[in-house]
Design a protein around this ligand. Structure first.
Ligand SMILES: Cc1cc2nc3c(=O)[nH]c(=O)nc-3n(C[C@H](O)[C@H](O)[C@H](O)COP(=O)(O)OP(=O)(O)OC[C@H]3O[C@@H](n4cnc5c(N)ncnc54)[C@H](O)[C@@H]3O)c2cc1C
Length: 343
């Protein structure tokens, strides 16, 4: 994976906004048509929701893969696009868009990278997202060492004492998974009822009954205890002011995500607050040369599925060809005919 280390001026064929599964597959489809790509993502890793939200969960509806985890899907996509040498610009959001008189585009990012491109494929999911954080003092001091909002590897918590906070699917699923590995799992939720899938909630209560998990309900987080970025405890409190100190090594806070289209919302693209309207036959937005695919793209009866996004990407790449190579006719070819260098 080629990662651009510093801000630079980039001249290329296609800019892909978003390195989620759909943005990654856009590199493949563009590469097959000999269009060079650079990819921007707000997160500091590729993979979008699959990597950030469910790297270890199995996905069952990717064609020809009866089951693979979110991270395995992203790893396979990275392998599939490697022959096309895409360059990734991570940890930055796209900011401004300017269309030149010759139909090309200038795009800038929050880190000062400047792209001059012939087409843009927006694969921004539900926008640049980040975790909703609990309002705790000194939270930042422990982030990444004792406080986590995503689980990138469950082995990080092997034999550790942990607090999982939240009452939704992520909190419940990780409590069930980590009960196998961690030495102690507390689940803190401010209500007695959980909001997850009924089967999972049942499993959670069964684990609590077997004393493999301790439910700390109805409590909410009140403070962190530790020194020099090393967490040693999490204070919790009921609405009536009853307090407890849970001595733990880590806090996993799952309070959902906040996401927004950010500066994309000001690019003059038609859509809603969270989505961009496209013509599904080309994935084109209302600005010729700007395409949208995956979760961010909408049209009647749209299904927000990874495989839907993959199909949209094929439409977008074929339609983008006319902007990248205006003087060349596109002859449709199957991959079995064209082949892929490196395989
Ligand atoms: C728990 C869970 C389970 C799921 N299970 C399945 C399943 O079984 N099958 C299935 O098909 N789907 C599943 N999904 C949905 C699936 O993950 C999404 O449909 C898929 O991730 C959409 O891919 P995407 O590339 O369009 O967007 P995303 O994965 O959301 O990636 C978008 C990327 O764009 C970046 N971005 C956004 N805005 C900007 C900006 N302005 N500048 C720079 N970067 C930006 C974001 O940081 C992000 O990395 C699941 C989702 C969740 C949360």
């Amino acid at each position: 994976m080629i990662i651009a280390e510093k801000a630079q001026k980039v001249i290329t064929d296609v800019l892909i906004v978003g390195a989620g599964p759909v943005g990654l597959f856009a590199v493949f489809q563009c590469g097959m048509l000999k269009m060079r790509c650079h990819v921007v993502d707000a997160l500091d890793m590729a993979g979008g929701q699959c990597t950030a939200l469910y790297p270890e969960k199995p996905i069952y509806d990717i064609p020809a893969h009866p089951s693979l985890t979110g991270q395995e899907l992203v790893d396979q996509l990275q392998r599939q696009i490697a022959p096309f040498n895409p360059v990734f610009h991570l940890g930055q959001q796209v900011e401004t868009l300017h269309k030149n008189d010759d139909g090309t585009f200038e795009v800038t990012t929050s880190r000062g990278t400047h792209f001059h491109v012939k087409a843009i494929i927006i694969a921004a999911g539900s926008g640049a997202f980040g975790p909703k954080k609990p309002p705790l003092r000194d939270l930042e001091a422990y982030e990444g060492s004792g406080v986590f909002y995503y689980v990138t590897s469950k082995n990080l918590f092997k034999d550790k004492k942990i607090v999982i906070a939240g009452g939704g699917d992520s909190a419940i699923d990780w409590a069930i998974i980590l009960a196998e590995l961690a030495s102690k799992v507390y689940v803190v939720h401010r209500r007695p009822q959980f909001r997850g899938a009924p089967d999972s909630v049942e499993k959670l209560h069964a684990l609590a009954k077997d004393e493999r998990i301790e439910l700390v309900i109805p409590y909410q987080l009140s403070f962190l205890q530790g020194q020099n970025g090393v967490l040693s405890g999490v204070g919790v409190e009921t609405l009536d002011g009853e307090k407890r100190l849970l001595e733990v090594d880590a806090l996993l806070a799952f309070f959902g995500l906040s996401s927004n289209l950010g500066a994309l919302a000001g690019w003059g693209l038609e859509g809603t607050k969270q989505t961009l309207t496209i013509d599904p036959t080309t994935a084109s937005t209302n600005i010729p040369g700007v395409f949208a695919v995956g979760d961010v793209a909408t049209y009647p009866h749209k299904l927000k599925l990874i495989m839907t996004g993959f199909a949209e990407v094929a439409q977008a790449a074929h339609a983008a060809y006319a902007f990248v190579f205006p003087d060349k006719a596109l002859h449709f070819e199957h991959s079995t005919t064209s082949g892929v260098a490196g395989f």
